[in-house]
Design a binder for this molecule. Structure first.
Ligand code: GRF
Length: 200
């Protein structure tokens, strides 16, 4: 490994966390560099910022693959090939709305991290912010974790807690959580990258 960890970010849409990671990596002393952005959607908004930052992008449209195990594997193999081609050390999922196969995750054990908008293990799944609101909890937040075969599972790396106010709605709460996401994801990438560099 060179003096910086080579990172690929996988996105599906807005890409605001990807943006936070790119901005952090643009700091000269940051121990990681974003070398590749992969999107499973051709119109993902995040691709624009990636291009503005001269980061190679690759679109692999998941809609062209069946949702069964075979289709999943075919898609994941293309993603994996890109990761190998770009000599990627670490994969960051940032709003990547697709479940990865067991094969993919096992080939990259401890090399895939994710961010989720709740204090895991509470409120797994795609509606974490709404589910926390509906449950009436007074505190929620966001979590970074290593990715395993199970969705929104795997060892927790960092968390940030947020109080839910009585007048919070889905929009206001999601906004508050996102502010914290943009802090802990770069911090997590820093931490993991330093560890990776030291272990080699
Ligand atoms: C974030 O809330 C993240 O926690 C979740 O998906 C959302 C992605 O937002 N996994 P963005 O695309 O990074 O703006």
């Amino acid at each position: 490994m060179a003096n910086k960890v080579r990172v690929a970010v996988l996105i599906s849409g807005r890409g605001s966390n990807m943006r936070a990671l790119i901005d952090a990596c643009n700091e000269p002393d940051f121990p990681a560099q974003i070398c590749l952005i992969i999107s499973n959607k051709a119109d993902a908004e995040g691709l624009i910022y990636a291009k503005e930052n001269q980061i190679p992008t690759k679109i692999i449209e998941s809609k062209n693959f069946s949702k069964d195990e075979n289709g999943r594997m075919e898609f994941d193999k293309l993603v994996f090939q890109e990761i190998v081609n770009h000599k990627i050390d670490l994969v960051c999922l940032a709003g990547f709305m697709r479940i990865l196969s067991k094969w993919f995750v096992e080939n990259l054990t401890n090399k895939i991290i994710n961010i989720h908008p709740s204090l895991l293990p509470s409120f797994k799944g795609a509606n974490a912010v709404l589910d926390a609101l509906k449950a009436g909890v007074k505190i929620t937040g966001c979590t970074t974790h290593f990715v395993t075969e199970k969705m929104d599972d795997g060892p927790i790396i960092m968390q940030s807690a947020i109080e839910i106010d009585v007048d919070d709605n889905l929009e206001s709460l999601a906004k508050k959580i996102l502010v914290q996401e943009h802090k802990i994801y770069p911090q997590t990438l820093y931490l993991i990258s330093k560890k990776l560099l030291n272990s080699l």
